[in-house]
Design a protein around this ligand. Sequence first.
Ligand code: SF4
Ligand code: SF4
Length: 432
Amino acid sequence: MSEKIEVINIDENSDMSTNYTKKRPKIPQELYAYEDIKKIPIQDILSDEEIEIYENEMQKKIEVKPLGSNKLVVVTKATRLCNLRCSYCHSWAEGKNNTMSFSSLVAMTKRILDIPDLIRIEFVWHGGEVTRLRPEFFMKFIWLQQHIKRDNQFVTNAIQTNAVNISEKWIELIKRLNISVGISLDGHPEINDSRRVDLKGIGTSKRIEKTIQTFRNNNIKYGGLVVVDRLILESNKRELLDYFARIHLHDLVFLDIVPDNRLLPGESPGDSYINYFEYMDFLSELFLIWWKEYKDTINIPLFNSFVGVLKGASNVLMSCYWSEKCHQEVVTIEPNATVSACDKYVGSENFYYGSLLDNDLKTLLENSIHYEKSEKEEIDNNNNMKNCQWFNLCHGGCPQTRISNRKHNKMYSDTLACCGTDKLLNTISGVL
Ligand code: SF4
Ligand code: SF4
């Protein structure tokens, strides 16, 4: 699935209480899946070798420093293997060692949940394509989470998938856990099938539509993630929303395309790349159509949360893009337990922080050049743009997008008074 995963605000996650509810008779059975998995005897869920690995890990006395944040999104790259070859993707990998071993899974889970000040943790099962792994892998993951977490911790899980080939066993697990699924789909078939293709180059729309139908039949919560590139930017936005409504994709996130982070300033990011100003043009145009015709049938959290905040009805924006401190709240864990920043930075210099097998997360962050640069970039950005009327709302948007724009957008400059989000915010406030 997409390497550009949308990260929801975990304070707002409605699943938060599912593993804490005690009034069993009043709650649907599936809400207890976490507790049910916890109750599975160790010898029924882990092999002898895995039990040994688990017990060894539990006995280790490793100092784990406080993070300085009580919430964390852990994008868990359970595998980098993928059954698709999307044209813009830098996330899939082939060959050995691209799937998380049980020992890395245990160590990663323990080192994250042992962080003393962490209360809310969301593991986003991410790839590659996680449904290439057997559901048993994730049953073990849940079992580990439930046995390792402290009583005061809220642990949630979400899945990001290309939704192309999901087995019945997977459907069953998703249903039992009552977790939400993010589906990557880049618009109607003419566009989606030109870039989201399988190993034979065959488009994926029809298979995704079928999966959506299966999710509906099973009451599974799902939403769509759309990568906005030049084709989507130039497409007919009404037709785009109409298609999503028709296939019952009623919850949508639109993400800006990520150029190859290995490119140097001045090197071409390719024809499909759009800069931040173009992305804001797209969102502004889309907003006006959505507001008039689709706001009652399609949920676009980015729009709804800006509307809520601008109307004074809410103070929460539902995306990491506006959070200001995403480098403190989002990490990616590779199959070998190496930690990096958000996967949107994949390929950039000093992307990897080091391995959780060697150090606790805080130590890795403290020693990371990338993390240090992110902190400095954030401070510089705040100083440059603090006078913008919208700054307290958008905080200059996604930092990775800012970095890409410095490289590839000639119109972008740190001396600008605004990052470019004003176009969208002016559009939204204009209709309220
Ligand atoms: S589904 Fe596509 S975008 Fe996602 S990892 Fe596979 S090739 Fe990349
Ligand atoms: S860099 Fe930060 S704001 Fe951008 S997508 Fe990643 S976590 Fe979100």
